[in-house]
Ligand binder design. Sequence first.
Ligand SMILES: [Zn+2]
Length: 286
Amino acid sequence: MRVVAAGAGVSAVRLAAIERLVPKALAKVRGPFEGVPSRPFDVVVHRSLDALPEALRSELHPGTPGFAMLGRDEVHLVLDEVQLRPPHDLTTVLAHELVHLLIDQYAGEFAPTVPRWVHEGLAQHLSGETYLGAREDDLLYPAAVGRLSRFRDLARAFPDDEAGRLVAYAQSESFVSFLVRKVGVDVVVEAIRRSTELDGYVGGFALRAGTPLGWFEDEWLLWVRDESGARWRFFFQNCFSYSMIGGLVLLALALIRRLERDDRARRKLLREEQDLEQAESEDTAP
Ligand SMILES: [Zn+2]
């Protein structure tokens, strides 16, 4: 493994710090990938987006500080985009991008067929953080109205629009974590090497797990809708809004009651004055 600076502006101290972080990040995620890394890899460090060569800019998603160049055994970091907190801190980004690199080496001849959702699902699950701040709770509404993508539609690419991409990351992480809970991370990873000519990873998973992936997908969808707790989290997160609306309704009702009370009192007073006037006019009548 080498950590190299691409262009000026990357200090030796910073490179040394990254060099110390790489083995820690690798140790965190390499467990399920038997026999890899099997080839040396480079961590290429860029100072800023401006310093990133034109040809590489399309590889970096907005708001993220790193990407992996599969087939080239390279992880690229853009220092100015790194944040202090997960998921875009150095350790998490390194771990996430290293998973992509490990999958690519582990897959060998099957590398081009590994679905994108498997890549991103494992990268998020093993690094311990979701990407772009994607959350399982973001899946609740699309799941309820049947608007989640099927995983076969996330095999080659994620949606281009920001909202669609966020949901794709969230559902990849959620589904892979669900599969890991059901069959174990080794089965999820080993299915990559069992990929079949006809069905790729889906075929490999069915062989390794003994149950079709589609069955787990249906189970996962039900789980997201009914058991994941997302519905309650959504409710409690919006509790403040609901209580504000409820408070305003109660205030409006109290105001209406107060106005009705005032109106009744005003009319009563008017009636009494009219009675008094009538009594006085009867007294003074000849
Ligand atoms: Zn990724």
